[in-house]
Structure formats: C-alpha cells, structure tokens
Ligand binder design. Sequence first.
Ligand code: PSU
Ligand code: MN
Length: 304
Amino acid sequence: MSEISVQLSPEVREALAARRPVVALESTIIAHGLPRPRNLAVAEELEALVRAGGAVPATVAVLDGRPHVGLTEDQVERIAQDDSIRKLGHRDLAPALATGASGATTVSATAFLAARAGIRVFATGGLGGVHRGWTETQDESADLRLLARTRITVVCAGVKSILDVPATLQRLETLGVGVLGFGTEYFPGFYLASSGERVDWTVRTPEEVAAVMAAQDSLGGPEAAVVVANPVPEAEQLDPELHDRVLADALAESGRRGITGQAVTPFLLAELTRRTGGASLEANLAAVRGNVQLAARIAVARAR
Ligand code: PSU
Ligand code: MN
C-alpha cells in the first residue's frame, strides 16, 4: 500500500500477504485512556494476547508524520510515555501527516488506517458515541460516522457508559452500523456487563461473526462497520451502584471545569478511575482484554 504511504511493520505486511489473521489495536486508549505507567504494560499485554490467540497484532499510531500499522517495542513505548503524543481522530490524520506530528489514533482514525491497510478485525475497549447533554454540546464522537462508512469488524464492550447509551444506539441504527451482541441479548455497558438496552442480533461463536462478515462481502456491502458487542464478564464488572454514583459526580465535575472537545472522554475516564479507587480501571482492562482475545478468535475463524 505504498501509494497511500501507510507504514506496515514487516510482520503485519507478511501476515496480510499470506492472508494470516491480523488484529488492529488502537493507541488512544494507551496514550490518553489509561494512567501511566500501567498503560505501557497494558499495551504490551494486549499485543501478547493477540499473539496467544494465533493472530498478529497491528497497533496503529502516527509517528513523526507517518501513519504506522504495526509498531516496534520502542514505538509502543513512545506512545505510552511521550507527553507530546496527541489524540488523533480521522479528521486529524492529514494535518498530522503534513506537519510531522505524532499522535495516538482513536477508534475512528484506527479503523480508517486499518481498513486502508486491508485489515478487517479491530479491537478496542468502548466506542465513542453520543454524549449526555448532546442537545447543548453537540458532542458526538467522530467514531460513529467513520464506522458508518468503513467495512471493518470492531470488537468492543459497547460504548463508554459515560455516554448517552440509548441515543448512541439510535445513532448507530440511523447510520447503518450493524450491532451483534456476543453471547448476550443486551448491549454491554462498558464497565458493566449490560447497559440494559436490547440488541437485535445475538451471536455466540467467532465462526458466526466470520459468517456475518462473509455474508456482508457476498452482498458487496454495506460499506459499514459491524460492531461485535462483547460484555465484560459479570465477575469483573464495576459495582453498578458505585458506577452510577461516581459517574454522576464525574459528569458534574466535568461541567464545572468546562471541559470540552477531545478532552472530555479522557477526563471522565480518569475521574472515574480516581473516584472508584481504581476499580473502574480494572473493569475497563478486563473488558479490553476480553475484546482483544475475541478479536483474535474472529480473525482466526475468518482466515480459515
Ligand atoms: N476505549 C477505552 N478507552 C479509551 C477509548 C476507547 O477503553 O480511551 C478512546 C478511543 O480511542 C475512542 C475515544 O475512539 O476514546 C473516543 O474519544 P471521543 O469521545 O473524544 O471521540
Ligand atoms: Mn467528543
């Protein structure tokens, strides 16, 4: 893919050429979604989980103006530790490339670059979506619209529960993004196993997800993402009462401080971690681990 200048790591390039399973991983969760120094250990652990599942990890980021799909250990370290690493949605890619900037990619930028590289399976924690108070702020993550026009399968624990979940599900429906509950009839609640909202489709095995992808290909579309909504195991979820209480406080604090734009999501995730004494972080990590493992199984099933 040299004509569009995405830098594939040698391992990712070889795997794609041989049609072996590859799983894309985003880097914003590493740079801006998790506290240091834990974030570096998590980045390494997630790559190892993909490998253990029989697939090749392709962590995505922009470094010195170059889009990378598949990072070296040093590059992962830079994403986790360098204070100048920006947060890049898909609209930020062109300016970042043109100015030589370095940044971590959100779901939208990761899905964009992964699809350009020919990768079909992507794992993250929770998607962005419609924020509470949308009627005032118009804050809707760019993730949704990018997924509406990108044929990629995204494994996530639903959307972040800091959001307006019913409104986000409605947007996904309007935008034509498919949603499959994995082993559940309910849309997961990110830190919680269930958001309480129903899903229209339930699948129970990676092979069933691969069959959905194959059917989409046989139709030649739609050119939209399929969201595989994989709940955090109930034993590892955040206590729902604690969740609701601290979330209300964190949202109020965000409003008092006038947090806006790209800063909103990292602020709320960090506030929740602080206000739950780290319990929300553990639930977040349990969700991400499960998603990465499932994504590897889906990529393996598809490669067969
Ligand atoms: N999932 C996590 N932690 C995160 C994110 C996802 O467990 O930090 C990131 C993703 O990169 C997602 C972004 O695209 O949060 C959404 O940010 P915004 O609401 O500003 O679009
Ligand atoms: Mn936003």
